[in-house]
Write a protein that binds this ligand. Structure first.
Ligand code: DOR
Length: 302
């Protein structure tokens, strides 16, 4: 069997697979189906300083081309994560990435400061949620605000700092470069693509908020394109995600330039999706005689 270990900007992962934040909670429910410590890492749902209720319902819509959500970063706050989820993840031996959210630059920093003594292996700074009016994508669409928030988070921790980007921009490479220059150790892409669903009979939007983030296989070509563009634009490693359901999907992201991948929407359909992606990468490496999975990173040929 080939070596599956990768290093994502200082985060050692036993294999290149994590889960997309918000699709796996902290992993407890999934642990009934498989040992979550067998993943390269568990990425937890975005956490803010205090609990947030999120947006009004309905805030999930299934469309023929993917899932739309407008959750709005509902979460119980960082103290709950510290008391309940992080000790559990440490107990089961999981490598843990905490997705960090905030309404303001200060709040991102405060969340990181609150977690510095907790068992966390890396932070993923979420500047790409399309469903909040302050924070999220409002910060992640402009190079100046990307630089400021990443610089401030960088000053707050020596732990690996992954920055998660939004696809809802014209030039993803300029945003990626801004994150890299401000001190990001790795870049995640992509968060969800802003979209809308309409109920023709009722003549109204399906989601209470009107718009939401599209995820699932429909966004995979967009995500692959952005991973490939960023692989050619920055030197930091990339965490690719968007519609990954199988080992072969994951390999496509690695060939485009991702060092690691995250399984997102597929977790809702199949609770074993993430571990099946690990096994699928293993099978691909065996079949293709790949001794070390890192050989695949950016190995696209023309
Ligand atoms: O699509 C998303 N939904 N992306 C995020 O970053 C957060 C989530 C939410 O809670 O709205």
């Amino acid at each position: 069997m080939g070596n599956l270990a990768v290093n994502l900007g200082g985060l050692a992962m036993k294999n290149p697979v994590t889960v997309a934040s918000g699709t796996f909670a902290a992993g407890r429910e999934y642990h009934d189906f498989f040992d979550v410590s067998q993943l390269g890492a568990v990425t937890t749902k975005g956490v803010s300083l205090h609990g947030w209720e999120g947006n009004a319902s309905p805030r999930i819509a299934e469309t023929p081309s993917g899932m739309l959500n407008s959750i709005g970063l509902q979460n119980p706050g960082v103290e709950h994560l510290k008391e309940c989820d992080l000790p559990w993840l440490a107990d089961v031996g999981a490598t843990t990435i905490v997705n960090v959210s905030g309404h303001s630059f200060d709040e991102y920093v405060q969340v990181i400061e609150a977690l510095e003594e907790a068992p966390v292996d890396a932070y993923e700074v979420n500047i790409s949620c399309p469903n909040v009016d302050a924070g999220g994508m409002t910060i992640g669409c402009k190079t100046a605000s990307v630089e400021e928030v990443v610089r401030r988070c960088r000053e707050a921790t020596a732990r690996p700092l992954i920055v998660k980007l939004t696809p809802n921009v014209t030039d993803i490479t300029e945003i990626a470069r801004a994150a890299e220059s401000a001190g990001a150790d790795a870049i995640s892409l992509i968060n969800t693509l802003l979209g809308m669903a309409i109920d023709a009979r009722r003549r109204r939007p399906v989601l209470a908020r009107g718009v939401g983030g599209l995820s699932g296989p429909a966004v995979k070509p967009v995500a692959l394109r952005m991973v490939w563009e960023c692989h050619n634009a920055v030197s930091v490693p990339l965490l690719g995600m968007g519609g990954i359901c199988t080992g072969e999907d994951a390999v496509e992201f690695m060939l485009a330039g991702a060092t690691a991948v995250a399984v997102g929407t597929a977790n809702f359909m199949n609770p074993c999706a993430a571990i099946e992606v690990v096994r699928g990468i293993e099978a691909y490496c065996d079949e293709q005689r790949v001794d070390n999975v890192t050989e695949l990173i950016g190995a696209l040929t023309w």
